[in-house]
Design a protein around this ligand. Structure first.
Ligand SMILES: [Zn+2]
Ligand SMILES: [Zn+2]
Length: 365
């Protein structure tokens, strides 16, 4: 079947839209008509940095759409179902087996190799193979092949074209707070960086009932939005010493900190602002080689934990429908972060995501 897809052939953010043939779904796969797809910073990073994924490739990993065809072994889904596409995982390794698929041993192969696990590709343009299967979906296209595992059924009364970002960025921020850190009512949290991931964390902290929610960023408009979405204290880290401000307000430091900004300063402050028996979660990085200073004695004396987090420890079949419910109840109003672009304006949308002009761009197919 032929479809339109944005094919990345170099290391720029421009991806010409081409006519591409897409494979039939195999036994454990589904064919999804993509309605809309979010743009996430990983799309930008993979487009710009050499060696993360092969070329040519169709990126996109926050797709939302309607199931058109299902493979013979698919039990979870049927044609007509509304789905959010999320990260893929193998389903068999030790971490998948204990319900932590975002730490799948095969993540490089299933999300970044551009191929199925057996090495086959799903897309062809002008007679030549194009890499697909990015995060098990490659949703910068009018259609996507996904595995049954990473296509998540969602309720039909929710506006489908909004929901794609739940599959990565929003799940990452909200899951870090609700699943990974397990923030509870009355506790405190400092969230460094309030882009899409950080704002999802702010909304989740409010859902959890946190009593003090610090939002730290260098852009005043984003801090104002963070306050509207539930932050109780906002700090412009470019003008104020965030660590001093948090310690002045809490005395012993916060129960939890979460860094989504990846600047050296933000990461150091996120670790240092955590009080006794608290945990600092690290979600973002500038480069694979980035390191951070840890004050050993201060961390020992406080029994402080520091942990890495991917995809908010989500079990997507359970967590994404829960986030949709929160949205429908008005408790997770992520539509306030979103700006829609036509698919043909993908280069513009990618640039706006990269510059920060738009918090969460969504391409409408
Ligand atoms: Zn992502
Ligand atoms: Zn696995």
């Amino acid at each position: 079947m032929n479809m339109r897809a944005a094919v990345l052939r170099d290391h720029s953010l421009s991806m010409p839209i081409e006519c591409v043939a897409v494979d039939e779904p195999r036994a454990d796969e589904v064919l999804v008509r993509v309605v809309a797809t979010g743009i996430c910073h990983t799309d930008i990073k993979v487009a710009q940095v050499e060696g993360l994924s092969p070329r040519p490739i169709v990126l996109g990993h926050e797709g939302a759409g309607v199931v058109e065809k299902v493979g013979s072994a698919v039990r979870k889904l049927a044609p007509g179902d509304h789905v959010v596409l999320t990260f893929d995982s193998c389903g068999r390794c030790p971490t998948c087996s204990v319900g932590k698929p975002s730490y799948c041993y095969e993540v490089a192969a299933v999300c970044f190799s551009g191929k199925r696990l057996d090495g086959s590709t799903t897309l062809v343009s002008d007679g030549a193979a194009v890499h697909g299967n990015f995060f098990g979906q490659s949703s910068f296209a009018t259609h996507a092949i996904a595995n049954e595992r990473n296509a998540i059924k969602v309720r039909k009364d929710a506006t489908l074209e909004l929901l794609g970002p739940l599959g990565c960025g929003l799940q990452t921020g909200a899951g870090a707070v609700l699943n990974s850190l397990g923030v509870r009512a009355g506790q405190s949290i400092a969230i460094f960086g309030v882009g899409a991931v950080g704002l999802a964390a702010v909304m989740a902290a409010r859902i959890a009932g946190a009593s003090k929610i610090f939002a730290i960023d260098v852009v005043d408009e984003r801090l104002a939005l963070a306050r509207a979405l539930g932050a109780t204290q906002t700090i412009n880290g470019g003008k104020t010493d965030a660590l001093a401000a948090i310690l002045a307000e809490t005395g012993r430091g916060v129960d939890y900190a979460l860094d989504t900004a990846a600047s050296d300063k933000a990461i150091e402050q996120a670790i240092d602002c955590v009080g006794p028996l608290g945990t600092c979660g690290l979600i973002a990085n500038k480069s694979p080689a980035q390191t951070a200073p840890v004050k050993i004695l201060g961390s020992m004396l406080r029994g402080r934990s520091i942990r890495g987090i991917v995809q908010g420890d989500s079990v997507p079949d359970l967590f994404i429908p829960r986030l949709v419910d929160f949205f429908m109840e008005g408790r997770f109003p992520f539509d306030r972060l979103v700006k829609f672009y036509p698919f043909d304006d993908i280069a513009h949308a990618m640039r706006d995501a990269d510059s920060g002009a738009t918090i969460k761009p969504i391409l409408r197919m």
